[in-house]
Design a protein around this ligand. Structure first.
Ligand code: GDP
Ligand code: IMO
Ligand code: MG
Length: 428
């Protein structure tokens, strides 16, 4: 022990990559436990800006193990690209390990994801079109192909033969698309398996052994609480469990191995894709936040919708994830605003909500009720101690803690590694 889970408390892109890279300097292992290359986790160093989609965000520390757990769905071409890119930057991946039970995102998954979105038209989810939903659907319907299948050509061939028959029927008959060629796909995957095979081992045992030895393991969540398939804004969610409990299932450990849960939250809110966002700011201010915060998707480049911080959501995220403390990111983006708002309740049809209404129709229609704060007229990206922050920024942080009833133990004031305000208590 200890095991620490780091998850997003909003709709993804909270800055998980930065926080995990920061914590990984004191860790022994980082484990990605769900999602696929719909994720885009940014780590900025002096030399490079890395965007990890499948590779865990601890990979820049060569002394620690980085695991892609069984709960992740893997697009092999993307993974090989990421590995090659790291090698071109002289970063080793010999410390990368992949679960044999992870599922593959196949070419037909990507095509079906896009075809389905096109068919849905106005009703679309706004997915990343990376084949994530179709891959998890196949996992649940037991027609998925796993990493371990890939390592046995006979089994891979047999499974692919069956699945491709079904997928080609769907592609041609439902979506009017050309069928995929079995032999082409087989050859491609034989090549990819040679590049990946050596990374595969029993990662559940590796992680449990590390915890037994008292090593520090970080479990890296992708997406965020409100994109969770059960607890998010369904159907405008991703297809995996993004909440802290998923760390256990997605990496092969039991719940008692988790000591702390860190919820990462932006100092405001963003969302990519469709679905409700009660505090969305339209017009000039929304555009200003987007530009100042560089709010463009790390995976698809799509502009992110921006809004004020919403503590109704954070309270819910705290409950669903049992958050120990929050890591607040991008506080620097709020500098130089005359006033800043926090939404701490909603109204709808003369009703007043301090908790998230479970009824999605109501949540889609609520009006946010705000507390207004004075802004601060100074740059804070060089501040490293809480006490050196402008008093308005301190007040903003303390108010979030009061509303959510969870302490904030890390504050990020810029994209770079050292742009972090630490508190006295140890994270571990
Ligand atoms: P993730 O998916 O949760 O890892 O987040 P993303 O990497 O998709 O998006 C976060 C973006 O904000 C990235 O471009 C980061 O480099 C950047 N970032 C992270 N923390 C801070 C911060 O404190 N201030 C600023 N200005 N940018 C930050
Ligand atoms: P990270 O890990 C932000 C969103 C998509 C879409 C919905 C479903 O970088 O925080 P999917 O392709 O998963 O079926 O799309 O989920 N989405 C994300 N939004 N950050 C992410 O990951 C996301 N991964 C998926 O935009 O609304
Ligand atoms: Mg992201």
């Amino acid at each position: 022990m200890p095991g620490i889970v780091v998850i997003g408390t909003q709709w993804g892109d909270e800055g998980k990559g930065k926080i995990i890279d920061y914590l990984s300097k004191d860790a022994d292992a980082v484990v990605r436990f769900q999602g696929g290359n719909n994720a885009g986790h940014t780590v900025v160093t002096k030399e490079h800006k890395f965007q990890f989609h499948l590779i865990p965000s601890g990979i820049l520390n060569p002394d620690i193990i980085n695991v892609i757990g069984n709960g992740v769905v893997i697009d092999l071409e993307e993974l090989v690209n990421e590995i090659d890119d790291l090698h071109s930057k002289k970063i080793t991946t010999s410390n990368l390990k992949i679960s044999p039970n992870s599922h593959l995102v196949m070419p037909y998954h990507r095509i079906l994801d896009e075809a389905r979105e096109n068919l849905l038209g106005n009703m679309k989810i706004g997915t990343t079109k990376r084949g994530i939903g179709p891959s998890y659907s196949d996992k649940a319907s037991r027609s998925g192909i796993r990493m371990q299948d890939l390592l046995n050509v006979k089994i891979f061939k047999k499974k692919l033969e069956f699945v491709l028959k079904e997928k080609n029927a769907i592609l041609t008959k439902i979506y009017n698309l050309p069928p995929l060629d079995f032999n082409d796909m087989l050859e491609k995957f034989k090549y990819l398996s040679k590049k990946i095979g050596d990374y595969v081992l029993d990662t559940s045992k590796l992680i449990n052994d590390a915890l037994d030895e008292g090593k520090k393991v970080i479990f890296e969540g992708a997406q965020g609480t409100f994109l969770d398939i059960d607890y998010g804004t369904y159907p405008f969610v991703t297809s995996s469990s993004t909440v802290a409990a998923s760390a256990c299932i997605g990496s092969g450990i039991g719940p008692t191995r988790i000591d702390k849960i860190i919820g990462v939250t932006k100092a405001y809110t963003t969302r990519v894709g469709q679905g409700p966002l009660p505090t969305e700011i339209k017009g000039k201010l929304g555009t200003m936040l987007r530009e100042k915060g560089s709010e463009y998707g790390a995976t698809t480049g799509r502009p992110r919708r921006c809004g004020w911080l919403d503590t109704v959501l954070l309270k819910y995220a705290s409950r669903i994830n049992s958050i120990t403390f929050l890591a607040l990111t991008k506080l620097d983006v709020l500098s130089f605003l005359n006033s800043i708002k926090i939404c701490n309740s909603y109204s709808y049809n003369d009703n007043y909500y301090k908790e998230l209404p479970y009824n999605q129709n109501i949540f889609s229609e609520v009006s946010p009720l705000y507390k207004k704060f004075s802004g601060w007229e100074e740059e804070i990206s060089e501040v490293r101690n809480f006490n050196d922050l402008p008093k308005e920024a301190k007040k903003y942080i303390r108010r979030i803690e009061d509303e959510v009833k969870v302490p904030i133990r890390l504050v990020s004031v810029g994209p770079e590694r050292d742009q972090m305000i630490k508190f006295e208590e140890s994270i571990w």
